[in-house]
Design a protein around this ligand. Sequence first.
Ligand code: MRU
Length: 354
Amino acid sequence: MNASSEPACGVATMRWLGGALELIDQRYLPQRFAYIRCSNALEVAEAIRAMVVRGAPAIGCAAAFGMALEAARQAGTSRVAFDEGLEKGFSVLGASRPTAVNLFWALQRMRECWQASRSEEPPRIAALLAERALALYHADIATNLAIGRAGAALIEEGDSVMTHCNAGALATAGHGTALGVIRSARDQGKRLRVIANETRPFLQGARLTAWEMVQENIPVTLITDNMAGHLMFQGKVHKIIVGADRIAANGDAANKIGSYALAVLARYHRIPFYVAAPLSSIDLAIAEGSGIVIEERAASEVTGYGELRWAPEGVAVENPAFDITPAGLISGLITEKGVTLKPTTASIAGLFRS
Ligand code: MRU
């Protein structure tokens, strides 16, 4: 079975070819649509670090395939070399980006598979790891379809739904989380419009969300991030749906920088603010959002874009890639288990029991 043999759930962010993983190089969308090929854990880790592939669930799936590739590469070596190679793979992938918990979640699933198959010979272990990675990939699509179905019930005919960053097919194995809700609502025949925030500094909204929506003829309006409050004030935003990179046990949610400001604005304007994410984005080991590591990215992303620089040399820069939205500002958490209104530690714990 091939990862690209899935039903249409938006664009195929990654393609599993057995001996290689192909990733859309998201750094150059929408100007250039091209896949790059990775054939070991180091190459996948570098693709994650460099933002070739980004978005919490997509990072997790890519890392799982990265381990499968590494196992296949080491399968012909001695048992000791195989084990060492796999440990190195886990460590290089685990160090690629710090905030999205799906990365660590997927690596843990792969480690469990490895541990359960230790009595087998390396070629068999490599085959089992490839099967496991593919299963995680297919499970992510199924999860996103369930998130989409649950969230679509919240969308009303004619809604304008604001989203931030890209939590679409490009950020997952397919369909998306926040954009999965939009896709599912559209598939149910609801007429709606997406308001895509540009999402400075990496422009995931302008480049990726806008592109995904245009591809599928879903009406989309692009705004710069600082226009969001004005549109809310004008009554042009009916709902806000974002994704998440890591959700603490109490419901505090880390997502793309700027999400917190939107949640504060939403509360003032009485606009529902939803977080759409799989259970694999919930980190029960972290009690509250302040415990989540926020990635700090290069100053060059703020002082300019690509080759262009507009800020003076010598200026100090902060570039946190994510912020924390306190659970108290979240109207509902949309997961594959349904919609959890006003999430709390107790209701989140319940999602793992049901
Ligand atoms: O830095 P990125 O592009 O990886 O950040 C992505 C986000 O913040 C997404 O909203 C989040 O990962 C959810 S993707 C379904």
